[in-house]
Design a protein around this ligand. Structure first.
Ligand SMILES: [Cu+2]
Length: 236
């Protein structure tokens, strides 16, 4: 399974590309100057006659100062701008997404597959469904979309959330006590959960992400924060 999704790898490549270019320029500059301006044995090593605390005005170069201020500034603004891409993607509401409720508690996660749990105007056909449940959801064609159970991880029972590849999901997040933050480790997305407030996260797991991965709490929430994990499984 390849973690992170398409947009993550796109950013990873661009950041590496610019990091390599900046590193190359810095190294060439550094070695060139280290060798070119090296003092020779026996030569006067204060050839420019520098005095402590006095800036040598004749060495001033406004053009150069502006260049090394403006060029990195433009690069940083550009990288910051494209880094918003994943945030934009995971916050873009998809009206057709299957909704899954996620509630943080000290110190466990509650998942709920019932897409109309908190909605009074759920369609009549849905409310009358016999097999309506908070732990399993089938779409109108009877295809399994969401399933919640438990799994044993290193001797502890953890929640297991199963979702289908290539289906769009909207995670509706809240908390019953303090701030938590589910981090879908292999999808590279996370968002805070707040008591009395609903936050959202949208994601479509791909076929490349079939398999199990970890969900961790990434907002320190007390004694057992480190054990506040769950398993997320993407199936075909
Ligand atoms: Cu926590």
């Amino acid at each position: 399974m390849e973690a992170g999704g398409e947009i993550f790898w796109y950013l990873f490549d661009i950041f590496n590309f610019w990091a390599a270019i900046v590193l190359f320029i810095v190294l060439v500059w550094m070695f060139h100057h280290s060798l070119k301006y090296r003092s020779k044995d026996g030569s006067d090593n204060n050839i420019d006659d520098f005095k402590p605390g006095v800036f040598p005005k004749e060495n001033d170069d406004l053009k150069m100062e502006l260049t090394w201020t403006i060029v990195p500034f433009i690069l940083i603004v550009y990288l910051t701008y494209i880094a918003w891409g994943p945030i934009d993607e995971m916050w873009s509401a998809d009206p057709d997404a299957h909704e899954i409720y996620v509630t943080g508690n000290q110190w466990y996660w509650d998942f709920d597959c019932d897409p109309f749990r908190d909605t009074e105007n759920a369609p009549e056909s849905y409310l009358s469904m016999e097999n309506r449940s908070s732990t399993v959801f089938y779409n109108a064609n009877g295809i399994l979309i969401c399933e919640i159970s438990t799994i044993e991880v290193e001797g502890q029972i953890k929640p297991l959330l199963r979702v289908k590849a290539d289906e769009s999901y909207g995670f509706l997040l809240t908390s019953n006590d303090v701030t938590h933050a589910p981090f879908f480790l292999d999808w590279g997305i996370k968002e805070d959960t707040q008591p009395g407030m609903e936050t959202r996260l949208y994601y479509t797991p791909s076929m490349d992400e079939i398999g199990s991965s970890l969900l961790m709490c990434t907002e320190y929430c007390g004694k057992d924060h480190g054990y506040m994990t769950a398993v997320v499984e993407v199936f075909e």
